[in-house]
Design a protein around this ligand. Structure first.
Ligand code: NAD
Length: 485
């Protein structure tokens, strides 16, 4: 089966590569020529464990290709995955511009029945919107043919309102549309509109373990009302069926809300333990033991109970904001989520307060920051707590020395004036305090006595709770974690 993936970012590249590894023929498309030529020359634009090896394997097997030629990819593919970005608008709502553009492009280049699968995280109703756009743009480029009958199938609504219909319901055309139709007629083997189905298939992979997550998911969610599309989706995911992955088959609206509900719940769980940790800081309790005890309760589970500087990354911040905003547009004030969003922002400020508590006025002070990525095993710095904290420290007049195993190049693009160091030890050298901002494994086994000698004052602020407070104190450090001292 021929598959096109539109958008070759974290989700699109991983999805395309893993589907090729399932034995499917995959074309990954992106409008970013630099990204595609890098991939075509054997490079990989992002870091994900095992991704490079898997790309190489499937490219040499002839199952995986990369292109900027969207038209060709759409025409030859039966199934088209949309994996473009859905960033936040200024008001927090999801910006669907990229999705809408892709829907128009699909409508323009469609040449037979297609299944259009949306993998991007989107507000409820987006699958319906994609359907509406494709219907509209297909009908704009359709060639008038009195003998042709528009099929009344799922996904096609010939009766839906269209600016191109006259008062009597007969389709009318502007001269520019007719001109486009002429061009289209020459490139289309058969006449439009073609039948299609839109499926919502949200993605749950985590950056840093994306390949593993895609190939070992907790669940696959498929939102469709079309038995034909469902059958095709089940065929695509057959290797996961074989390993007993649970499938949730539902309608597109429910599938879209499942994704937001999962991310909002996880963001809430992180924020809850952060709030407990902040309380621990006030009363001298140990959040580590509290999280452990909570996690032993089977109803709670130990995952996402790690206190720190607040959630970040490309998903949780934008998806919580988007869900809150979407609920408002439906007339519902999602108070819990509002509290989570605001507490998460405050968490960054509390981390800076910790630095100030130990150093006083930060003007002219040098802070060493270990970790820039929003989490370990990724080079992604989108909404990274480390970056937000650095920006707040800079505002206070501090100087920053920093190190990250993978995310320094990305950080240099937005914060060129920091001192970028070769490793943890160069970062500590001459710093007034050392702050662990990302939970990289290599930060768990630092030569602490060496670090202590290099620091101007032996203060270690461990925002990821990687170290045992008693051990650090016995080595002569002034140590503070989040929710334990
Ligand atoms: P990304 O920004 O890394 O990649 C998006 C890609 O789409 C970019 O390379 C961009 O050039 C390309 N693009 C945009 N418009 C295009 C067009 N018209 N034609 C061709 N290419 C186009 O984004 P991402 O992190 O992969 O996220 C994609 C979606 O998946 C988002 O909705 C996100 O919320 C969701 N998601 C992300 C993750 C994650 O961990 N990153 C996990 C689950 C879901």
């Amino acid at each position: 089966m021929q598959i096109a993936i539109i958008g070759t970012g974290y989700v699109g590249l991983v999805t395309g590569t893993c589907l090729a590894d399932f034995g499917l023929q995959v074309t990954c498309v992106d409008q970013d020529e630099t990204k595609i030529s890098l991939l075509n020359s054997g490079g990989v634009p992002i870091y994900e464990p095992n991704l490079e090896t898997l790309i190489k394997k499937n490219v040499s097997a002839g199952r995986l290709t990369f292109t900027t030629d969207l038209e060709k990819a759409i025409k030859k593919s039966k199934v088209i995955f949309i994996a473009v970005g859905t960033p936040s608008n200024d008001d927090g709502s999801a910006d669907l511009t990229q999705i809408e553009k892709v829907a128009q492009q699909i409508a323009t280049y469609m040449n037979e029945y297609k299944v259009i699968v949306n993998k991007s995280t989107v507000p409820i109703g987006t699958a319906a919107k994609i359907k509406e756009i494709i219907n509209k743009y297909q009908s704009e480029s359709v060639i008038p043919d009195p003998s042709s009958v528009i099929p009344a199938k799922a996904g096609i609504h010939p009766s839906s309102p269209s600016p191109l219909r006259g008062e009597d319901g007969v389709r009318v055309k502007s001269s520019s549309v007719i001109a486009r139709s002429e061009a289209t007629r020459q490139s289309q083997p058969t006449s439009k509109p073609f039948d299609f189905d839109v499926v919502s298939n949200p993605e749950f992979l985590r950056e840093g373990s994306a390949v593993y997550d895609f190939t070992h998911p907790d669940k696959i969610v498929i939102g469709t009302t079309s038995p034909k599309a469902l059958k095709i989706m089940q065929e695509i995911y057959r290797p996961l069926y074989l390993i007993d992955t649970p499938f949730v088959i539902t309608n597109p609206e429910t599938a879209e809300l499942i994704k937001y509900a999962c991310n909002a719940f996880l963001a809430t769980k992180i924020t809850f333990i952060n709030e407990i940790a902040n309380l621990c800081d006030k009363v001298g309790a140990d959040v580590h033991q509290i999280a452990k005890a909570m996690g032993l309760d089977g109803r709670i589970s130990p995952k996402f109970l790690h206190p720190g500087p607040g959630y970040g990354g490309s998903c949780f911040p934008k998806d919580t904001e988007a869900l809150y905003h979407f609920a408002l547009t439906c007339g519902y004030d999602f108070k819990l989520l509002k509290g989570v969003i605001s507490a998460n922002k405050h968490q960054r400020e509390l981390m800076v307060e910790k630095v100030k508590h130990h150093l006083g006025d930060l003007k002219g002070k040098t802070i060493g920051i270990l970790g820039l990525a929003f989490k370990q095993n990724t080079d992604d710095i989108r909404k990274s707590p480390a970056i937000d904290i650095i920006k707040l420290l800079l505002k206070e007049g501090a100087r920053i020395r920093c190190f990250d195993p993978l995310a320094m190049d990305n950080t240099k693009k937005i914060l060129p004036n920091l001192t970028y160091c070769q490793d943890e030890y160069e970062t500590a050298q001459g710093s007034d305090t050392l702050v662990i901002a990302t939970e990289w494994n290599q930060f768990r086994n630092l030569d602490l006595l060496r670090i202590k000698k290099l620091l101007k004052t032996p203060i270690l602020l461990d925002l990821r709770n990687l170290y045992n407070p008693a051990t650090l104190k016995s080595l002569g450090f002034i140590y503070e974690g989040v929710g334990r001292k």
